[in-house]
Design a protein around this ligand. Structure first.
Ligand code: IVH
Length: 666
C-alpha cells in the first residue's frame, strides 16, 4: 500500500515539472536552474521506481520535451533530437564511465570532450549539398520549421563547400554572444522595449520571430557538433572525424575539443574550462563528453530521452545565500518601473553583489519574494545577478510583502499596467526620470524636427531644471540658451528658429512626438487622419479608436490612458498656449475604387521614385505597406524584384507591372 503522502508528493512533483517544462520549452523563460530542475526530476524518478503502481504514461519522466510552437509549420526529425543527461560532480562522470563498462564489457573507450554551448539546439537538413530546412528541437520528435530565420545566420552554410550527394542532417547550437546580448538589450532599452533576461532567451526569442527580417538584425551565431543522419555519404567512424568532416563542409565547429584516452584526462580538461569559461564571449554551461567511436555509440543506443554514449558535465552554478534588505523601484527612461532587490553585500564569483532586478510584480508574486527574506542568488547567464528563490523556512514572520505603488515614486503620475504586459509604467509625460528621452523623441527629425537640439544640450537643460516638460522648450530665450556650455549665440538663434518653426508641424507629427506607447509615426498619421484635431483624439472613446482598422486594442488602450492622465492634459494645454498647431486641415479624400487597398512595391521602378509612387497611392485613399501578407491587394513588381515577389506568388496576391500600376492611378 502506498501512503497518501507519497501519492501527493508524486502528484505535486509532476505538476511542478510540467509547469517548468512549459516555462522552459514553450515560453523559453525558465524560472529555475537546470540543477534544480534535475533534482525535481530525479526525486520523481526515484519515487516512481519505488512505487511502480503509481507510474503513469503522462508523467514528465515519460516524455522527451515540450510541444512545438504555434505559428511555424511542424517538421518531423528523421532522428529524434534527444537531450543529454547531466552530471553535477566528478563522481557522476565516473559513474557514467562505469556504466559504459557494464554495457559493453571488456571494451576500451575514448572520449571526445566538447564545450556545451548554452543556446538553442537546431537541426539542419541538406539535400545534395544545399540547405533544405532548419528546425527547432520542439518535443524532440517534431519541431518548428524556422528555415527562413536560420538562413539569416551568416555562419550557417546555404551550400556546402564540398559537393555532398544525398541527404544529411546536422545538429548544432544557436546562441547570442555576451557582447551581442548587451548591445541588443541596450538598443531595446532605448526603444522602450522589454529586455531579455539572458543571452539564451534572446537567442530563443529571435529564432521564434515570424519576421525573418527582424531576426536578421539579431546578433545570432552558431556552432554545429553532430552529424546524426546521412544517406549516400559514408558515416565517419568516430566523432572526431565527424567534427573534421563538418568543418571541411564549411560548418562552424567550435575549435576547442579534445580527444581523451581515459576519464581522468576528461576530468582534467573539464576542470580547465570550468576555470576559464569566464574568458569566452559566449556562455558555456558545461562540457559534453561523448564516446568517440560511432560503432560503440550505436551499440550503446539511447533511452527515450538521452543517448547512453554521452553525458553533460555541468559547471557549478554560481550561487550564494543573502538577505533582501529592501526592494526599491527604478524608473527607466521609458517610464518602466522595475523593482530592484537590495541585498546584504555578498561575494559571488569574483564580485560583490548588492542588488538584482526582480523584473516585475508578477515575478515577485511568483517567487513570493518579501523584504527581509533570505534568498538564493545566482549570476544568471553568469553575469547578471538573479534571485533564484527565497528560503521560506528562514522566515521569522517579520518579512514584508511588496507591491508596485499606484503612483510614480518620482513624479506622482499614475502608474499603469497594460493587459498583456508584465511591466508597470509611469505615464506622466513630465516625469523627470523620462524627461530627457521624451524631449529627444519630441524634437527628433521625424517628429517636431528641431535641428540642433542634441543629447548634450538636452542634458544641460534638464539637469539645470530649465526644462520641466517638453512645453518648456517654447519658453527658451536667447539669453538662457547662450549661457549654456558650448552654445554660441548663432547656434542659439538657429535653435530658437527651429523651435518656433516646429509649432506648425502637422498634427500627425505632434501626436507621434507625444510619445504615446505603441503609437509610432505611422499610427500617429492614421490617428490624425481619423480625428483631425488633438481635442477630438483626446476625448475619443476606446470604441471609436478601435473602430479604425489599423488601430489594435493595445494601441487603443494605451492612447486612451495617455489622454486620461491629468498631467498629460495639462501638458497639452500648455502646448496649445504656446501656439503649437493642434488641428489638421480637412482635405476631402477622393473615394476611389482603390480606397483602403494595400500596395507593396518590390524591385525598382523606371518612372517613379519611391516617394512619388507612395504619394500617388495615398492620393487614391490607398496605402503602401512594407511586407506582403494575405491582406495585401497589389504587389507592384519592378526591375530585379526580390523575395516579396515570390511571397506574393506563394500567397496568390495579385501582382502588377509598373505600366499596369500607372493605369490604375489614372
Ligand atoms: S550533443 C543527443 N554537443 O545541449 C544529444 N549537445 O541537453 C546530442 N549542446 O540539446 C547533443 N553544446 O542543444 C551536444 N557540443 C555539444 C553541445 C550540445 C550544446 C546542447 C544541445 C542539447 C543539449 C543537451
Amino acid at each position: 500500500m502506498v501512503d497518501n503522502k507519497t501519492r501527493e508528493k508524486i502528484a505535486r512533483l509532476r505538476e511542478e515539472i510540467h509547469y517548468h517544462d512549459y516555462k522552459y520549452y514553450i515560453e523559453n523563460n525558465p524560472e529555475i536552474s537546470d540543477y534544480e530542475y534535475d533534482q525535481l526530476m530525479r526525486e520523481l524518478k526515484r519515487l516512481e521506481e519505488r512505487h511502480p503502481s503509481l507510474r503513469s504514461s503522462n508523467s514528465p519522466t515519460q516524455r522527451v520535451g515540450g510541444m512545438p510552437e504555434e505559428g511555424f509549420p511542424t517538421v518531423e526529425h528523421s532522428v529524434p533530437m534527444l537531450s543529454l543527461e547531466n552530471a553535477y560532480s566528478e563522481e557522476e562522470v565516473r559513474e557514467f564511465e562505469r556504466r559504459l563498462h557494464r554495457e559493453l564489457p571488456g571494451e576500451d573507450f575514448q572520449y571526445v570532450v566538447e564545450r556545451k554551448i548554452d543556446g538553442v539546439s537546431v537541426s539542419l537538413v541538406y539535400e545534395d549539398g544545399e540547405l533544405q530546412r532548419g528546425s527547432t528541437r520542439g518535443d524532440g520528435r517534431r519541431g518548428d520549421d524556422i528555415t527562413a530565420n536560420l538562413k539569416t545566420i551568416h555562419t550557417i552554410p546555404l551550400e556546402l563547400r564540398k559537393k555532398v550527394r544525398g541527404r544529411i542532417e546536422v545538429r548544432g547550437e544557436i546562441y547570442i554572444s555576451r557582447s551581442g546580448f548587451q548591445q541588443l538589450n541596450k538598443k531595446r532599452e532605448q526603444k522602450g522595449e522589454s529586455l531579455f533576461a539572458n543571452p539564451r532567451n534572446a537567442a530563443a526569442g529571435s529564432l521564434k520571430l515570424l519576421d525573418p527580417r527582424i531576426t536578421s538584425q539579431r546578433p545570432l551565431d552558431g556552432f554545429v557538433y553532430a552529424l546524426p543522419y546521412t544517406v549516400e555519404v559514408k558515416i565517419p567512424s568516430t566523432q572526431m572525424e565527424c567534427l573534421e568532416k563538418l568543418r571541411e563542409w564549411g560548418f562552424r565547429v567550435n575549435p576547442h575539443f579534445r580527444l581523451c584516452k581515459d576519464i581522468d584526462e576528461v576530468l582534467t580538461y573539464c576542470r580547465f574550462w570550468a576555470k576559464k569559461r569566464e574568458e569566452l564571449d559566449y556562455e558555456v554551461d558545461g562540457m559534453v563528453i561523448k564516446v568517440n567511436n560511432i560503432d560503440q555509440q550505436m551499440r550503446l543506443g539511447s533511452t527515450a530521452k538521452n543517448p547512453r554514449w554521452a553525458i553533460a558535465s555541468k559547471f557549478q552554478a554560481k550561487q550564494a545565500t543573502t538577505v533582501i534588505r529592501d526592494i526599491i523601484l527604478q524608473v527607466g527612461r521609458t517610464g518602466a518601473l522595475t523593482p530592484v532587490a537590495i541585498f546584504e553585500p555578498t561575494p559571488l564569483a569574483g564580485t560583490t553583489i548588492t542588488r538584482a532586478t526582480l523584473h516585475n510584480e508578477d515575478e515577485i508574486r511568483r517567487k513570493d519574494i518579501r523584504i527581509g527574506d533570505t534568498a538564493i542568488i545566482e549570476k544568471g547567464g553568469d553575469i547578471i545577478p538573479q534571485v533564484v528563490k527565497v528560503i521560506e523556512s528562514k522566515r521569522s514572520g517579520a518579512e514584508k510583502e511588496f507591491s508596485i505603488p499606484k503612483k510614480c515614486p518620482v513624479c506622482g503620475a499614475k502608474v499603469i499596467k497594460l493587459e498583456d504586459e508584465a511591466v508597470s509604467r509611469c505615464i506622466g509625460s513630465s516625469c523627470p526620470a523620462q524627461l530627457k528621452e521624451k524631449i529627444a523623441h519630441y524634437a527628433q527629425r521625424t517628429a517636431m524636427n528641431m535641428e540642433g537640439l542634441g543629447d548634450k544640450l538636452i542634458e544641460q537643460l534638464v539637469d539645470n531644471k530649465i526644462i520641466l516638460d517638453v512645453s518648456d522648450l517654447y519658453k527658451l530665450d536667447l539669453f538662457t540658451l547662450s549661457s549654456l556650455e558650448r552654445m554660441g549665440e548663432k547656434s542659439a538663434q538657429n535653435l530658437l528658429f527651429e523651435i518656433k518653426k516646429s509649432k506648425s508641424q502637422p498634427l500627425s507629427r505632434l501626436i507621434f512626438a507625444l510619445g504615446i506607447r505603441y503609437v509610432g509615426a505611422g499610427g500617429a498619421r492614421i490617428l490624425a487622419d481619423n480625428f483631425f484635431s488633438l481635442e477630438a483624439l483626446a476625448t475619443a472613446s476606446q470604441g471609436s479608436l478601435q473602430e479604425i482598422p489599423e488601430i489594435g486594442p493595445r494601441t487603443a488602450q494605451s492612447t486612451l490612458l495617455f489622454f486620461q492622465e491629468e498631467k498629460n492634459r495639462e501638458l497639452l494645454a500648455r502646448l496649445k498656449k504656446w501656439g503649437v498647431r493642434m488641428e489638421e486641415e480637412r482635405e476631402e479624400k477622393r473615394e476611389t475604387s482603390l480606397t483602403g487597398k494595400r500596395f507593396v512595391f518590390t524591385g525598382s521602378l523606371e518612372h517613379y521614385t519611391h516617394q512619388e509612387a507612395k504619394d500617388l497611392v495615398e492620393k487614391m485613399g490607398a496605402r503602401v505597406v512594407s511586407s506582403v501578407s494575405q491582406k495585401t491587394d497589389y504587389v507592384v513588381v519592378g526591375e530585379n524584384a526580390g523575395s516579396k515577389y515570390d511571397k506574393a506568388k506563394a500567397l496568390r496576391v495579385k501582382t502588377i507591372t509598373e505600366e499596369e500600376f500607372g493605369e490604375l492611378m489614372k
